[in-house]
Design a protein around this ligand. Structure first.
Ligand code: ADP
Ligand code: MG
Length: 251
């Protein structure tokens, strides 16, 4: 079953055609990687899925619902969660509070902070948050102020903030960017573990080791265009893909 159908999406920034008639379908339960040189339009495409950008033309259908024109929180309510290219966590709050916020937002459509700047306590939500911290191996740090953690742990926390919402579709924009090899491998393991829950994932990634470890399908974007699609093995051998990376000055 197709869970995400992207048809004829165009997006122009002034004189730049950032997305040029993009078509993409993602099968439920798959890990679908989007790769391509810097500036290809990968983040722009993801921004069109989550309501941060409105395409000029085209459609984005998720699980039978058109996402275009919906606000980010409305898209989130349909079951789409996203990990950003740089971690977006609440640095002043504890890990536990960081997890309770998205859990509350998903359940109630909103959250409030009390007079002490803390998340209002709610037994059910707290339980959910505690379990999630265990799942990602951060339970020992749950009362730490999040801003004091390593970059790898911040990314792990951000992933947990998405997962605590029980998404049907998880969007990841370069989840291993700037990570050490060890942190990258931890992230791969974590994403594999999540895979067992059947969450569909769209992952933008420049690290081919990550793509080969996780993806079933790969779409290659270059200059706003999907130039090739197939299995990771097929894409590795595809001359169009090699040319696109060479043309962009990559190895
Ligand atoms: P990628 O994620 O594949 O590296 P992006 O989607 O970030 O590429 O960018 C695609 C192109 O669109 C780049 O040339 C970038 O400079 C341009 N671009 C991205 N966002 C904007 C914006 N908000 N305004 C103008 N140009 C933008
Ligand atoms: Mg990008």
């Amino acid at each position: 079953m197709k869970i995400l159908e992207v048809s004829n999406v165009n997006k122009r920034f002034g004189g730049l055609q950032a997305l040029d008639d993009v078509n993409l379908t993602v099968e439920q339960g798959h890990v679908h990687a989007i790769i391509g040189p810097n500036g290809a339009g990968k983040s722009t495409l993801l921004n069109c899925f989550v309501g941060r950008l409105m395409p000029d033309t085209g459609s984005v259908i998720f699980d039978g619902t058109s996402l275009l024109g919906l606000a980010p929180h409305e898209i989130n309510q349909t079951g789409v969660s996203r990990v950003f290219q740089t971690p977006e966590i609440f640095e002043d709050l504890s890990l536990l509070d960081n997890l309770m916020i998205p859990a509350l937002a998903k359940r109630d459509g909103a959250f409030t902070l009390n007079a002490w700047g803390r998340v209002d306590q709610d037994a059910e939500i707290r339980d959910q948050a505690e379990h999630m911290l265990e799942d990602v191996g951060l339970q020992d740090k749950r009362h730490l102020q999040s801003g004091t953690m390593s970059r790898g742990d911040k990314r792990r926390l951000e992933l947990a903030m998405c997962l605590v919402q029980n998404p049907k579709l998880l969007l990841l924009d370069e989840p291993t960017a700037g990570m050490s090899r060890a942190d990258t491998n931890n992230t791969i393991d974590l994403l594999k573990k999540i895979g067992e829950r059947g969450i569909t994932k769209v992952i933008i990634e420049h690290d081919m080791h990550v793509v080969f470890s996780l993806a079933n399908r790969v779409s290659v974007l270059a200059q706003g265009h999907v130039i090739a699609e197939g299995t990771p093995e097929e894409m590795k051998e595809d001359q169009r893909v090699k040319d696109a990376y060479l043309g962009a000055g990559h190895e």
